[in-house]
Ligand binder design. Structure first.
Ligand code: ZN
Length: 260
């Protein structure tokens, strides 16, 4: 059975720099296909220390939503690990153009031959990894090119609303998801921050109506306020299940794919 496993739940600079929560990425298995989203600092370590240990050579794809450090630091080592130390070219990297080209690409050129394929996210295009179809959703997230993802499989529709500045059309893009994972960095809205606040996340969940919503990628203000408590309150307020992710939390697809 498929699952989504949070190897890390840290967001924002201080929580990442102090490792108050792990900043490793999210491991996903759907229809037997293993994929990794946003390999932040510590991803390889957390994957190998995970119980049961996760095997990078079983990955079919690595998704990079954007090139900020807390999402991309381990991308090069994970590409090499996916290819069994570079011995067997393997897998697909899906990434924004500015992670690959321009002044400050985060994907090293010398690891690129370890990949079978590199695809550049294109809004409106449907990317495919085996039987899993991936719809990128362009986000407004400051100076970098950033995308959220919707993964479609026989185990349901799983949305990852990664780093984004709120706009009123955002929720509409994530309607129809069975599971919706939202990066909620801050509790209170701040005009200068390109991230969702808790209230904005609530608006998205209320409109998009996923069967299950999961909050993750927490900054200091979220951690101080106890994410589990905030998620419980949100659940009561919205009348639908909302969870706060913890490091190592694995959610099996039966928890969101009720039709199965
Ligand atoms: Zn970011």
């Amino acid at each position: 059975m498929g699952y989504v496993k949070f190897l890390g739940t840290a967001g924002a600079r201080f929580v990442v720099a102090r490792q108050l929560r792990s900043s490793a990425g999210t491991w996903i298995e759907l229809d037997g296909v293993q994929m990794l989203l946003d390999p932040g600092p510590g991803t390889l370590l957390r994957a190998r220390k995970s119980r049961p240990a996760l095997d990078p050579t079983q990955l079919s794809a690595i998704f990079l939503s954007h090139k900020h450090l807390d999402h991309s630091t381990d991308v090069n080592i994970m590409i090499e690990a996916m290819a069994d130390g570079g011995l067997k070219p393997r897998g697909t990297l899906l990434a924004p153009r500015d992670a690959l080209e321009g002044e400050d690409p985060v994907v090293l050129r010398y690891v690129r031959p370890f990949l079978k394929e590199i695809q550049v996210w294109e809004e409106g295009r449907v990317h495919e990894v085996g039987p899993v179809r991936i719809h990128p959703v362009r986000h407004d997230h400051g100076q970098v090119e950033a995308y959220g993802l919707i993964l479609e499989s026989s185990e349901g529709r799983v949305g990852f609303l990664v780093d984004a500045k709120f706009h009123p059309q955002l929720a509409g893009r994530y309607e129809g998801c069975d599971l919706l994972v939202l990066n909620v960095v801050m509790r209170d809205w701040k005009p200068e921050v390109d991230h969702l606040s808790l209230d904005e996340a609530a608006r998205v969940v209320d409109q998009a109506k996923p069967r299950l919503a999961v909050l993750t990628h927490f900054g200091m203000s979220m951690l101080r306020a106890n994410p589990r408590l905030l998620a419980t309150r949100l659940s009561e307020q919205l009348g639908r299940p909302v969870l706060a992710a913890t490091d190592g939390l694995s959610i099996p697809s039966k928890d969101w794919n009720k039709g199965a």
